[in-house]
Structure formats: C-alpha cells, structure tokens
Design a protein around this ligand. Structure first.
Ligand code: NAD
Length: 354
C-alpha cells in the first residue's frame, strides 16, 4: 500500500517510517514541516530507499496538502504531525491550536475529497489514522483506574485539549461523511531519536554533562511507558488491519513514577558510562526537585487489552530492557544528539547508524 505519514521526521513518526521501510513492502511519503522537533537525521538510514519520499510541507497549508495527496495517491494517512510538548503548550498555546486542531481539519478535508474520488475497492481499504494521546483523558489521580477506549475526555493541558479537539473532528468526519477513520491513544513513548527536551533524553544528556536533573514536584507523577518501536509496530498494524471507525488504547503495562525513571537512568549510567563528569561522585547526586508544572496530571495508565485481543499486538520490550537499550543508544549516538544540541540538525542531513 501507499502510506502517507505526517510528522515522519519527529520522534514517533521517524520510528514508523523506519519500520515501514525496513519491515514492510509499503511505499512511504513523509510529509513534515520540519519544525524544531523535525529532524531528517532520524530518517537518514532509509532516506535513499526507493520506496521512501520526503516532502517539506505544513499540514495547515490546504493547497500543499491537496497537491501531496494528488501526487502520492495514498491508501492510508497515518497522522502524527503535531506540536507535542506540554510545557511549550503552557508557554505558547497558539501553535498547538493551529497545528493540532486546524492542521487536522485541513488534512481531514483533503483526505475526504481524495477518498471520495477513489474506486470502491480502494475506498473500502482507505484509512485516516489519527495518532492521539492518553493525555486527552486527563488525570487518573489516585483512583487506581485505567484509561480504555470508552473513557470520557477530560484534557488538562492546552496540548491535551488541542489533541482532544482534533479527535472530535476525526469522529465527526467519520460519522458525517463516512470517512474511514481510526484513532489510537498511546501512553508516554521513549527510545532512540527522542528530542532532548523530553524527560528521558533530557535526563540522560544532563547527567552526561554533569548538569542538574530537574524533577517536577516530588517526582511522584505516574506514567505508563511504551518503547517507541513497539508503538510504531502497533500503529502500522492498526492502520493496515483494523476495521474502520475503531479506537484503541495502546500502552506498555509499565507504570513508573517520574523519580523512579530518573533513578533508573542514573543506575544504568553508573554501569554503562562509569567515567562520570568531573566533580560528580554519583549521577543520582545531580537530582534536584523543582516547582511542579501547572495543572500537572498525577497518573496516566492504559488498559491495552482490546488491541491485544482483537489485533494480537503486544509490546516486546519491558521498561527495564527498553530503558537499557535507550541509554545505550544515546551513549553510542553522540553525533545525532550533538547535532540536536548545537542546532546543526536543522542545516542538513547526517548519516546515522540505527
Ligand atoms: P514530535 O514533536 O517528536 O514530532 C512532531 C513532528 O511533526 C515533527 O517532525 C514536526 O516537524 C512535525 N510537525 C509539527 N507541526 C507540523 C505541521 N504544521 N505540519 C507538518 N509537520 C509538522 O512528536 P512525537 O513525540 O513524535 O509525537 C507524534 C504524535 O504522537 C503526536 O501527534 C503526539 O500527539 C502523539 N503522541 C505522542 C506521545 C509521546 O510520548 N511522544 C504519546 C502519545 C501520542
């Protein structure tokens, strides 16, 4: 099939692109605006493959999106392009409303016209797959519950609200126009090629530089972590196998408190990078508690039973194995994150071994 991936130069999108090229026979068009979060180094290892194409475009640009659909003629749109960082959404929500809400609307309209013009057999297998987040469900607090496909929306942050709005558009386009859509809600991802503003890479790189490891509040927020390559497999499987109109929650069954995550990173660095920066006796000595994020949700956790029962997907990594792989990847891939930290990644592409 022909799969259009939006946001394919981002963290999860690049994992999807690498998975599609390496492990399937599908053709891929990566449509990405290349914001600060887009990094072509992350797809450099597949960039020359004959089944891969890249176009730099904004999902809010209706003419550019329509032209891409007309030229590439996709069977599936896997929609990951988004502004994705909660702290940035608190400081400046406008870009989140624009890309996450308006951009999804623009893409849906282009998809609807493209789909309406397809032959019946292709119409039947066409999918618009909205990659959403568990954050649209809000805070589980101390309830002990789990998010599942029927959980009501209650977003807390501007980021989560913009994704929730986009999900509502997707459902409306399915119900009103019959567009065959899918929605998946995933928990926190981690793994290789993660932009260093996010918790796990931020902590790894700060520790390697002997800088403080800032932990919000008491570090007792609970997240359910999923290795990014497990998520990429899930997304491709859902997009190519799920019945239209379905929703799946995806998680790794790996609930961890933020402080535990940071402590485990420190322990792995003691083992894998024993030559600490000057003046650092133990990596864990760098941990500092800082003022909590406003509106910070206490706990997210996913019941991933439906995708397991109905589609046979299960994560292959547990948190211990996935975090070890992740720390080892950052230790081995200094050119990748060196170019992110210096800003050079925005200048052109680098060949990075995977
Ligand atoms: P990311 O920030 O790493 O990547 C986003 C990508 O989208 C970047 O390559 C960026 O250049 C591109 N982009 C941004 N605005 C664009 C626009 N207007 N037009 C075209 N491209 C644009 O994000 P990520 O962590 O890879 O997340 C991907 C998707 O998965 C998002 O929709 C996010 O909401 C969702 N999600 C993420 C997580 C997580 O833990 N990271 C968990 C669940 C769901």
């Amino acid at each position: 099939m022909r799969i259009l991936v939006t946001g394919g130069a981002g963290f999860i999108g690049s994992a999807v692109v690498r998975h599609l090229i390496r492990h399937t026979g599908h053709a891929v068009l990566n449509l990405d605006r290349l914001t600060y979060a887009g990094n072509l180094d992350s797809v450099a290892c597949v960039a020359d493959h004959p089944r891969y194409q890249f176009v730099q475009a904004d999902i809010c640009d209706a003419a550019a999106v329509r032209a891409c659909l007309a030229r590439f003629d996709p069977d599936i749109i896997l929609h990951l392009a988004a502004e994705s960082h909660v702290d940035r959404s608190i400081d400046g929500p406008a870009a989140f409303m624009q890309t996450n809400f308006q951009g999804t609307y623009t893409l849906l309209e282009a998809a609807r016209h493209h789909w309406a013009a397809l032959a019946p057999a292709r119409q039947a297998r066409f999918r618009f797959h909205q990659v959403s987040t568990d954050e649209v469900f809000g805070d589980l607090g101390d309830s002990g519950g789990l998010f599942r496909e029927t959980t009501a929306y209650a977003p807390s942050s501007p980021y989560a609200a913009s994704k929730a709005g986009a999900d509502h558009l997707v459902r409306a386009w399915q119900r009103t126009y019959g567009l065959p859509t899918l929605i998946t809600h995933c928990s926190n991802n981690y793994g290789p090629y993660h932009f260093p503003e996010k918790l796990i890479p931020h902590m790894i790189l700060n520790a390697l530089h002997g800088r403080p490891l800032p932990v919000y509040g008491q570090g007792d927020q609970v997240r359910d972590w999923l290795y990014v390559e497990d998520h990429a497999r899930a997304l491709v499987h859902v997009a190519t196998h799920a019945p239209a109109g379905e929703t799946y929650t995806i998680g790794g069954h790996n609930e961890q408190r933020n402080l535990q995550v940071v402590q485990q990173i420190c322990a792995l660095l003691e083992e894998l990078a024993p030559e600490r920066p000057a003046g650092v006796a133990r990596y864990a000595d760098l941990i500092r508690f800082v003022a909590d994020r406003p509106g910070h949700d206490r706990r997210y956790a996913i019941d991933a039973g439906k995708i397991g029962r109905e589609l046979g997907w299960r994560p292959q990594e547990n948190f211990e194995s996935g975090l070890r792989k992740t720390v080892a990847w950052y230790l081995a891939q200094r050119p990748w994150w060196g170019r992110v930290l210096s800003g050079d990644y925005r200048l052109g592409r680098l060949g990075v071994a995977s």
